[in-house]
Design a protein around this ligand. Structure first.
Ligand code: NAD
Length: 358
């Protein structure tokens, strides 16, 4: 069987990682019909938008996409293409496994945490009001009428968290836990301060948990959670978070298992799934054959599992694990301190993983 997959190389280090990943996935023996489409700054001039409609059409048609990172201008310019893709395709669940592989230079071992991050709501909803604009003044005076005083020189970002969105993501986390034989789900929030947004998320999580008596449920306030993740990460299994905490804790968890170079991810909706590493486009390494392609390869492994190719997925993951354990053909981020000059490049990692599969 040939699998139709939309392939978005991205920008920065994206195209190099995509190429390395494509080679590895093809070497697993699975046949792909890649539909290559581009998004981001590089297509702005040609299409007048960083996310042309044919990109979305291709993903909707194929229902599976593999994507490299895409740069988002900071502070001004277009909004994140990555966030737009998740919104347009209703990819409400972001799944980010953080797993220790033997041989990774890190202080922590035996970590196997899966982050389930809500992808559509919270401060990422993109509802923002710029300082000094007529709409912002209107909003400030309306809120003033309701008794909420806000300085007139403020910029405002809105944090919506719904019962529907919370229920959907918490159910997803429990269903994932059940399907993957995990033992516990931990909900992360700041319900003591944001009583009506995070408070709602927590109340819904407690309610949903009752339908899954076979899986332990607990909750943590996000600041305490960061401390506990650093102190004793092995106590955690599946985490379920509103959007912003999920974003921040994903990077923290990636750091525990060796860094962004080994942190894969998936954005999943009811009909479409898009696989991409947790990391961004690391522009300073663009074109240098330096960045670690393993996070993107492991996103490819998640994709293989999603399309039912579990044997190939296990084969690729085992080969990646073997390359890490051997420690010879790894990029700078997986070399112990002081040995970075012995690192290999992106494409050599792909060669080594392919060799291990043979
Ligand atoms: P980043 O993840 O690109 O890089 C942070 C640092 O992590 C890098 O400087 C590098 O040291 C390290 N790193 C990242 N990926 C690595 C890899 N594969 N191998 C080795 N080291 C790696 O984060 P940033 O610098 O905050 O963001 C750069 C751009 O990427 C921004 O425009 C941001 O908006 C965008 N971004 C995109 C996505 C996405 O496409 N989903 C995700 C996050 C950030």
């Amino acid at each position: 069987m040939v699998h139709n997959v939309t392939l978005i190389p991205g920008d920065g280090i994206g195209p190099e990682l995509t190429e390395a990943t494509r080679r590895v996935l093809e070497a697993s023996g699975i046949k792909f019909n890649w539909e290559i489409v581009h998004a981001g700054t590089d297509v702005m001039a040609q299409y007048g938008t960083p996310l042309p409609p044919h990109v979305l059409e291709s993903i909707r048609k194929n229902r599976v996409a593999l994507k490299g990172p895409i740069t988002t201008p900071i502070g001004s310019g277009f909004r994140s293409v990555n966030v737009a893709l998740r919104k347009e395709l209703e990819l409400y669940a972001c799944l980010r496994p953080c797993k220790s592989y033997e041989g990774t230079p890190t202080l922590y071992h035996n970590i196997d945490i899966v982050m389930v991050r809500e992808n559509m709501e919270d401060l990422y909803a993109g509802i923002e009001f710029e300082k000094g604009t007529p709409n912002t003044s209107k909003l400030i005076s309306f809120l003033g009428e309701l008794g909420a005083k806000i300085r007139s020189d403020s910029g405002i970002s809105i944090k919506p968290i719904s019962d529907f969105g919370s229920r959907r993501i918490v159910r997803f986390a429990f269903e994932y836990a059940r399907a993957n034989k995990r033992r516990k789900v931990t909900a992360v929030h700041k319900a003591n301060i944001m009583k009506f947004s995070d408070g709602l998320f927590l109340a819904v999580a407690r309610d949903v948990a009752q339908a899954y008596p076979d899986i332990e449920f607990e909750d943590r306030i996000v600041d305490n959670m960061t401390m506990q993740l650093v102190k004793k990460p092995q106590q955690f299994d599946v985490l379920v978070c509103p959007n912003l905490y999920g974003d921040i804790l994903s990077d923290l968890c990636a750091g525990l298992v060796g860094g962004l170079g080994v942190a894969p991810g998936a954005n999943i909706g009811d009909s479409v799934a898009l696989f991409e590493p947790t990391h961004g486009s690391a522009p300073k390494y663009k074109g240098m054959n330096k960045a670690n392609p393993m996070a993107m390869m492991l996103s490819g492994v998640m994709m293989l599992r999603h399309i039912g190719e579990t044997i190939a997925a296990d084969r690729v993951e085992k080969a990646i694990a073997a390359v890490i354990a051997e420690g010879k053909s790894v990029t700078y981020d997986l070399k112990p301190e002081g040995q970075q000059d012995k690192a290999v490049g992106t494409s050599q990692v792909a060669d080594a993983v392919i060799a291990k599969m043979k």
